[in-house]
Design a protein around this ligand. Structure first.
Ligand SMILES: CN(C)c1ccc(C(=O)NC[C@H]2N[C@H](CO)[C@@H](O)[C@@H]2O)cc1
Length: 468
């Protein structure tokens, strides 16, 4: 029965997302991927986690996290990136008042990461709009109560899956007010954009802050699909890009499509956005990936594996087409699943392969201490660390051409430039005694397991990394 209901739910949501399908999946094949770059201009391969869902309901809006947690994550997986959740309710507790104490606490945690060589993306997170959609605050997260207007419309709390809250009249109304679909609260999007400007002003010169993910999994309320993405969502993005660029000319700005449909592999209609900064644009496309069969409760095994692989193919093609339209690099902002389920490790490997094809970095959902994360509620490793760890180029001193991962072998091809040396992480597994590099001059940092490789600064370079 539950599966039938879930299938019906998915059908409804796909219909809602129908406009996105109108974007079509034909057209010229995608060209070479682009890359997010660091402050030296090197191409980044971002590999990390979402930290963390525990922030959503926390009174202080901060994740359960200690520096030791980051040390363990690095020891086990050599990650170099974090999608760090922040919440509008904490940034702007009352209209026009920005909580600098909260932002200072975020900055303290950002420092924990940057001191360890991580890149940090700040994610203005929401699910279901905000915790004020129900009187008990048990459902949503993100938006402050003062920006939540359900007009007294019902929000039933006995949902069989949390996603169903998105279809509740009161939740749809709250989103409709925000997107100015109702016309009753025309200032809300501007306030959101100004809140982002306050965050960017605080973090624009903070080491390690790579950029800003403007809204987690946007939902159009009663406006869906291409109409939503090219209408209200694009308006919010343009307002927020302008506000951020008034204070921070250099931070990367990450734009998400609507979640429904696109998470599953349907096309996004997000248009291209101008970046008013002087110099090359720093706007990236940041979709999520949650295959529909798995969302419906199936495992990546047996019959569902074939169906899931088909949807992964859709996702890859459609993401590449949207990135091409946006002329933007791609960052996979979320993917994840219950690591205790059959086939879970195979799915993670499959997504890593997809990510390599699209030339994107990735942040796994999530770093929380549960069955989805790398360590469970008792701190015991799940299968995730064993499959999420691999040798990879953290930063590339040129324009990447290909990154080829083999069993205990990595090959990185790029057209070199003068941005700086190439940094390669090499795990203990497979490379117990470190690595040797053909194609460049490597300095080995045994403590951090990083090869810093100096190469010529023009022409094609091919680095081959093998165990010592
Ligand atoms: C109907 N709508 C709008 C909808 C449905 C399902 C998701 C979802 O599963 N998202 C995947 C994960 N992303 C969030 C955090 O961003 C996690 O809580 C979800 O597991 C999102 C939106």
């Amino acid at each position: 029965m539950k599966r039938a209901r879930l299938l019906a739910t998915a059908a409804v949501l796909v219909l809602l997302a129908g406009g996105a399908v109108a974007a079509g999946t034909r057209g010229a094949p995608p060209s070479a991927p682009r890359y997010v770059t660091d402050d030296q201009g090197r191409a980044l391969i971002l590999h990390g986690f979402n930290t963390a869902g525990s922030a959503k309901g926390a009174p202080d809006a901060l994740p359960e996290l200690t520096p030791d947690d980051i040390d363990r994550e690095y020891r086990d997986m050599g990650t170099n990136f974090v999608r760090f959740l922040i919440l509008w309710r904490a940034v702007e507790p009352s209209p026009g008042t920005y909580d600098m104490k909260y932002l200072d606490k975020v900055a303290e945690r950002v420092r924990w990461y940057s001191d360890r060589g991580y890149q940090v993306m700040l994610d203005m997170h929401q699910d279901l709009w905000g915790n004020a959609i129900t009187p008990t605050g048990v459902a949503g997260n993100g938006a402050p109560a003062w920006a939540t207007h359900t007009d007294g419309l019902p929000v039933a709390t006995e949902q069989f899956t949390w996603e169903m809250y998105y279809l509740e009249p009161g939740v749809i109304r709250a989103f409709d007010h925000f997107w100015n679909t109702t016309g009753d609260y025309p200032d809300l999007m501007d306030r959101y954009a100004k809140a982002w400007a306050a965050v960017a002003a605080r973090f624009k010169d903070v080491p390690g802050v790579l950029g800003y993910d403007l809204m987690n999994e946007p939902w159009g309320g009663s406006v869906q699909g291409a109409t939503f993405e090219t209408g209200p969502l694009a308006t919010l993005y343009r307002k927020t890009i302008a506000r951020i660029r008034e204070v921070d000319p250099d931070g990367w700005i990450f734009l998400e499509p609507q979640a429904v449909g696109v998470n599953w592999g349907l096309p996004s209609a997000l248009p291209r956005f101008d970046d008013p900064r002087g110099g090359p644009p720093r706007i990236a496309f940041a979709p999520h990936l949650y295959p529909l069969p798995l969302d419906l409760g199936d495992d990546y095994a047996a019959g569902s594996k074939e169906w899931t692989d088909r949807t992964l193919g859709w996702w890859r093609e459609n993401i590449a087409r949207t990135a091409e339209r946006m002329r933007a690099p791609v960052l996979l902002g979320e993917f994840g699943l219950d690591m205790t389920r059959p086939g879970a490790s195979d799915l993670v490997k499959k997504v890593q392969g997809l990510s390599d094809q699209v030339g994107t970095g990735m942040a796994y959902w999530s770093r929380d201490a549960d069955a989805w994360g790398p360590y469970d509620a008792k701190g015991k490793a799940t299968p995730l660390p064993g499959v999420y760890v691999r040798a990879y180029p953290r930063a590339i001193g040129g324009v990447p051409v290909s990154v080829t991962y083999g069993e205990n072998r990595l090959q990185v091809a790029f057209d070199a430039n003068e941005t700086g040396p190439t940094e390669i992480y090499v795990p203990e597994r497979g490379f117990p005694n470190g690595a040797q590099v053909d194609g460049g001059t490597a300095v080995w940092n045994a403590a951090r397991r990083i090869l810093t490789v100096t190469t010529k600064t023009s022409g094609r370079v091919i680095l081959t990394v093998t165990p010592k």
